[in-house]
Design a protein around this ligand. Structure first.
Ligand code: ADP
Length: 437
């Protein structure tokens, strides 16, 4: 399932980013290509102005001049002097459009269709005196609606007795080739970027999903461990019920006691699991208030002292000589943590052992410790004991211990923004230290 989600997220992330990038590239290409055409057209118009001015000044047009103009701007000229084609006519020079006459005809048709009226209106007297009127027009020209496009200009110079008409064509093939190359470059860049984006999205979404996958794994492990733990007391209860049917009244009482005992174990396990589940769902009410920790420790000591004594252990308490400030904490939850730690200390310390409960206040922090002289915790287990359902090898057989106590304690302390750590007691056994800010 996560694989599908991973692929879906990858496709979505890469798809959206790629779509934005492609739209932006297209916008850029559109603006850039339009700019290239506009620049080319403006430059063409400027050149035509220069050519027209130059023509106005000349009484005779030389072939050298035409050739020079032609090569300087990649232009082709067609000149008609009094309606007669000039010798120097190069329109046929366009490789694939050899039909000069047809090309010329079409160009003039376009010109007449668009500019003749304008010509009569805008024709003007010239200062030079060589010609009476001069007119030139520039326009985009696409002869057959095909791929060869031009910027074209028609210049008309008229005198009383003579006229000069010049058609100038500037092929856009070079510009179009430039634009085509730019498009290919962009396509390659976009394709590479989409590939890189897809790879990046794959790793990125993979990392995003990691905590969810881990959480799911832990949940599955939790359910498996919980089912396993619940099955043991349940099978004892079922066996006891079975035996109850055929037993005499005296034995029946024994079985009923077992059922009650195992039922209580199941109930405590279910309560622990609910506590952890609430914590996972952030539904773990912590109600901080001003707590006098020394009083709280003293009450806990009084509650556990008889239990320790019953197991022939000595439970002692050490409190600071001076009174400590109040701590903002949930007193019930902190009592619960101390109960878990003391319960463990009593369970994992043999008869005759020492257990100590103490409180210290240093640098605005409270340190609550529970130390014992019990079986101790191997270094490799020190981190794992805070995991759910984890029990160190030595304590596996201890009945009524499901490996949830310390994980509940850790959750409670986490919600108080404190820490809980374990270390070795120099005299043997373990020391659990809770730090509260
Ligand atoms: P449990 O209910 O099994 O005690 P905990 O989460 O409280 O579960 O503890 C996890 C494991 O840590 C225990 O099974 C035990 O192996 C180890 N442990 C906890 N406290 C002590 C202690 N005071 N001395 C030795 N081992 C301990």
């Amino acid at each position: 399932m996560f694989q599908k989600v991973h692929l879906y997220l990858t496709a979505m992330c890469a798809g959206i980013t790629a779509a934005i990038m492609i739209v932006m590239s297209l916008c850029y290409l559109y603006i850039s290509e339009k700019g290239l055409y506009d620049n080319q057209y403006t430059s063409f118009q400027n050149d035509i102005n220069t050519i027209t001015t130059s023509l106005e000044q000349q009484s005779v047009i030389s072939m050298e001049w035409l050739s020079k103009m032609e090569s300087s701007g990649n232009y082709s000229f067609f000149v008609m002097d009094n309606g007669i084609p000039f010798l120097y006519n190069r329109l046929g020079g366009f490789s694939e459009m050899t039909d000069t006459e047809e090309l010329l005809e079409k160009c003039l048709d376009t010109y007449h269709a668009s500019y003749e009226y304008e010509y009569t209106v805008t024709g003007k007297e010239l200062n030079s005196g060589l010609y009476n009127t001069c007119f030139h027009a520039e326009f985009p020209f696409n002869p057959n609606g095909g791929r060869h496009e031009f910027y074209a200009s028609v210049i008309e110079l008229n005198r009383n007795d003579s006229s000069l008409q010049m058609v100038i064509l500037h092929s856009l093939d070079f510009l179009k080739e430039q634009i085509r190359r730019q498009r290919v470059r962009f396509l390659l860049i976009d394709v590479t970027a989409v590939l890189v984006l897809t790879l990046f999205s794959f790793f990125f979404t993979g990392r995003l999903l990691q905590p969810i996958i881990e959480n799911r794994r832990r949940q599955t492990a939790f359910i498996a461990a919980a089912s396993h733990e619940l099955r043991t007391p349940l099978s004892v209860i079922l066996t006891a019920v079975d035996c109850c049917h055929n037993a005499d009244a005296k034995k029946q009482q024994g079985f009923l006691d077992t059922i009650q005992q195992e039922g209580a174990l199941m109930s405590s396990l279910i309560n622990d699991m609910l506590t952890l589940s609430n914590s996972d769902n952030h539904n773990f009410p912590i109600r901080p208030k001003e707590v006098e920790l020394d009083t709280l420790l003293m009450n806990t000591y009084e509650a556990f002292e008889p239990v320790a004594r019953k197991k022939s252990q000595t439970l002692s308490i050490t409190l600071p000589d001076t009174s400590v400030p109040v701590c903002m904490a949930d007193d019930e939850r902190i009592s619960q943590v101390l109960s878990i730690l003391l319960h463990n200390a009593i369970s994992y310390t043999p008869a005759g052992g020492q257990i100590e409960l103490s409180l210290q206040y240093k640098k605005s922090r409270f340190y609550l410790t529970v130390s014992d002289t019990g079986i101790g915790i191997p270094d490799e287990d020190k981190k794992k004991i805070f995991d759910r359902f984890y029990r160190a090898e030595k304590s596996r057989s201890t009945k009524g211990h499901f490996g949830l106590g310390l994980s509940i304690a850790a959750e409670i302390i986490k919600f108080h923004h404190g820490t809980i750590t374990v270390s070795d007691n120099p005299g043997g056994g373990s020391i659990f230290t809770v730090m509260l800010p």
